[in-house]
Design a protein around this ligand. Structure first.
Ligand SMILES: Nc1ncnc2c1ncn2[C@@H]1O[C@H](COP(=O)(O)OP(=O)(O)O)[C@@H](O)[C@H]1O
Ligand SMILES: [Mg+2]
Length: 224
């Protein structure tokens, strides 16, 4: 079953020197429950594409269908609700709040989604255990290793039970052994939660292990 379908997506930016065309006629069907990777050179437009697939940004032209809804026909407010309910994001730099503990960081989106505090606490503890951080709940990000910080970010991304997990270079800042472990964790989450994952990566070895590997170059996307 197709979860997301991109149809004729174009994106360009206007800068001092004119128009920079980043994406040109991207068409893609993302099958539910699979892992997709996107590889490509720095500056190729991978983050731009991932942001559009997660409806964090609008394309210059083109459509994005999620099940039966035409996402870019929605208002910004409706799009924000869609993201909040359906999509989890993990970035290269974890973007955890430094003043809060691991558990509080994971609870935050749950509380924003108007769940009560006790429920949020339980769910955060459960997720942290799932990503291998039992016993680290009360550590602040600065008291965790890079790999552990990324595990917290993954737990946070899962906090509202998303159908789609988008990861932008989630191992970009980690050594190769830690990267392997983070990728194994994403595979485990995919298997156990049935979450569809789209991961942008520089790491061609990890990229090639996905169910489908796509390469972005010259604004075009191709299966590799
Ligand atoms: N908000 C923006 N305004 C202008 N140019 C941008 C903006 N975001 C990205 N770009 C440019 O678009 C191109 C693709 O960027 P990006 O999607 O971040 O590439 P990647 O993630 O593959 O490294 C780059 O040349 C970048 O400088
Ligand atoms: Mg990028």
């Amino acid at each position: 079953m197709t979860l997301i379908e991109a149809r004729g997506i174009y994106k360009s930016y206007i800068n001092g020197r004119g128009e920079l065309r980043v994406l040109e006629d991207i068409t893609l069907k993302v099958e539910q429950g699979k892992i997709f990777s996107i590889v490509g050179a720095s500056g190729a437009g991978k983050s731009t594409l991932l942001h559009i697939l997660g409806a964090l940004d609008r394309p210059s032209r083109g459509e994005l269908w999620y099940n039966n809804s035409n996402l870019f026909s929605l208002s910004d407010r409706q799009l924000a609700r869609f993201r909040n309910q359906k999509v989890g994001f993990v970035f290269q730099f974890h973007h955890l709040l430094p003043e809060f503990t691991a558990q509080e960081n994971v609870m935050m989106p749950i509380i924003i989604n108007r769940q009560n505090r006790t429920m949020a606490e339980l769910r955060a503890q459960q997720l942290l255990a799932e990503v291998g951080l039992q016993g680290r709940e009360h550590h602040k990000p600065g008291e965790l290793s890079g790999g552990e910080q990324q595990r917290v970010a993954i737990a946070r991304a899962l906090s509202n039970q998303p159908e789609l997990l988008l990861a932008d270079e989630p191992t970009g800042n980690l050594d190769s052994k830690t990267s392997e472990k983070i990728y194994a964790l994403l595979q485990q989450i995919n298997r156990e939660h049935g979450v569809t994952i789209i991961m942008v990566t520089h790491n061609e070895i990890l990229g090639s292990r996905a169910d489908y590997c796509l390469k972005l170059s010259d604004g075009k996307l191709q299966f590799v």
